[in-house]
Design a protein around this ligand. Structure first.
Ligand SMILES: Cc1cc2nc3c(=O)[nH]c(=O)nc-3n(C[C@H](O)[C@H](O)[C@H](O)COP(=O)(O)OP(=O)(O)OC[C@H]3O[C@@H](n4cnc5c(N)ncnc54)[C@H](O)[C@@H]3O)c2cc1C
Length: 383
């Protein structure tokens, strides 16, 4: 059985890793346009997003783990005892290194069909099935807003003194939507600082945001000895869409990762979904093109439908709240129980959680909130 995985990013690397462990009969090849696998990312997730078994097999990808994290808002400072983990591109490349013979980098794929691909060079490669994992591409069938950020990993001249992540410091001035700074302390003298915006538009000035991260570090009293790395992200936040029409554009090709719209609607994070899809694919018997397309489509559609509540919250955040007052929704959210927060990130909110999230004194105008209740699945706006 021969499988071509187009795109050597997070989702396809995890699929390949699981197939190597559980399906040695599958002869897979990754085709990656870039010079290396996995890009330049930190992929964070809540420990509770994954099952114990999934946490076990993901362990080699994880570069750092913490037992809890903090959030800071004008009226709420809080530590949540929820395990937080970060996988990294570097670890991903190390885990995948033993499979180097099956990974071809510097090869852009020009055209995909369910059972063959055409490379930019014109060369054609055939297989039993192809999986398209080329990452996010705007679709006229999804209504999205953006989480955008620039992150710099700093070496500080002296220990920075922060033991755990601060995943939202929203005490910073609010502009361009909801703004916060995200910090991950990788070592006593190494910290990632990300200046992040929940914004209606994807435009981003990397130079200006880089300056903001360095200013933030200075305000925290950290003297920067060296900038070790930089990452830039513009992630989709789902407001609505038509998932069937989205898949109609796939031309019968199986999809993974962001290409399959597999991300948490409110964060744009895709690691937990990528882990679940890798497990699902590795557990399939037959891996024909038709079966893989049907399975990845069914999985994506089911996840999309199950996540309608999160898209409603996103519409409230982006359409009902005033941009500089958006932080109040998050401030209220993080004041709720850690278990509720954990289930929210895992995409497993209960009916009680949903009622809790929508009840109480609303931090958004009621009439505008009511307008958000209508699912905009039939409204199509090009991003
Ligand atoms: C800077 C950054 C930080 C992020 N942080 C987090 C996080 O903390 N937690 C989280 O869960 N999510 C995070 N995300 C969001 C999301 O999880 C990532 O974007 C994730 O990498 C998406 O996985 P993917 O496999 O769908 O796509 P990608 O990982 O983007 O992989 C797609 C791959 O396809 C390749 N490709 C594209 N076109 C072609 C072609 N024509 N031929 C061959 N190859 C091609 C690309 O070069 C790329 O390597 C982050 C995203 C970014 C950009």
């Amino acid at each position: 059985m021969r499988l071509i995985l187009v795109g050597g990013g997070l989702a396809n690397s995890l699929i390949a890793h699981r197939l190597a462990a559980l399906r040695p009969d599958v002869d897979w090849t990754i085709l990656e346009a870039g010079e290396t696998l996995g890009g330049n990312h930190t992929w964070s997730f809540h420990a509770g997003d994954l099952t114990a078994a999934q946490q076990g097999w993901m362990e080699p990808f994880v570069a750092a783990s913490w037992p809890g994290y903090a959030v800071a808002f004008p009226r709420l400072q809080r530590r949540l005892p929820l395990g937080y983990r970060s996988a990294s591109s570097e670890r991903l490349r190390a885990v995948m290194a033993p499979h180097a013979a099956r990974i071809r980098t510097g090869l852009a794929v020009r055209e995909l069909r369910p059972d063959r691909v055409t490379l930019a060079s014109g060369e054609e490669m055939r297989a039993d099935a192809v999986i398209d994992g080329r990452g996010y591409r705007p679709s006229p069938h999804l209504r999205i807003a953006f989480q955008k950020f620039v992150g710099v990993e700093l070496r500080t001249a002296a220990p920075h003194g922060q033991a755990e992540p601060v995943i939202m410091d929203a005490t910073v001035p609010q502009r361009d939507g909801f703004r916060f700074v995200y910090t991950l302390p990788f070592a006593p003298d190494r910290v990632l600082v990300e200046d992040t915006y929940y914004s209606d538009d994807r435009a981003l000035d990397p130079g200006a945001l880089r300056g903001e991260t360095l200013d933030y570090a200075r305000r925290r009293g950290w003297r920067v000895a060296e900038v070790l790395r930089e990452e830039v992200g513009v992630l989709p936040i789902a407001l609505g869409g038509d998932i069937a029409a989205f898949w109609a554009d796939a031309g019968g090709v199986a999809r993974s990762g962001l290409r399959a719209a597999l991300f948490h609607p409110t964060t744009g994070y895709s690691l937990p979904d990528a882990v679940r899809l890798a497990d699902r694919i590795a557990a399939l018997g037959e891996l024909s093109a038709a079966r893989l397309h049907a399975e990845t489509r069914a999985h994506s559609v089911a996840c999309w439908k199950a996540a309608g509540f999160y898209r409603l919250l996103d519409r409230m955040l982006f359409r009902a709240a005033e941009p500089d007052g958006r932080y109040r929704l998050l401030q209220r959210f993080y004041g709720l129980s850690p278990d509720l927060v954990s289930r929210f990130y895992a995409g497993h909110s209960t009916l009680y959680d949903k009622a809790r999230l929508l009840s109480g004194r609303p931090p958004v105008p009621v009439l505008r909130a009511l307008r958000c209740l209508r699912d905009s699945s039939n409204l199509v706006t090009a991003p």
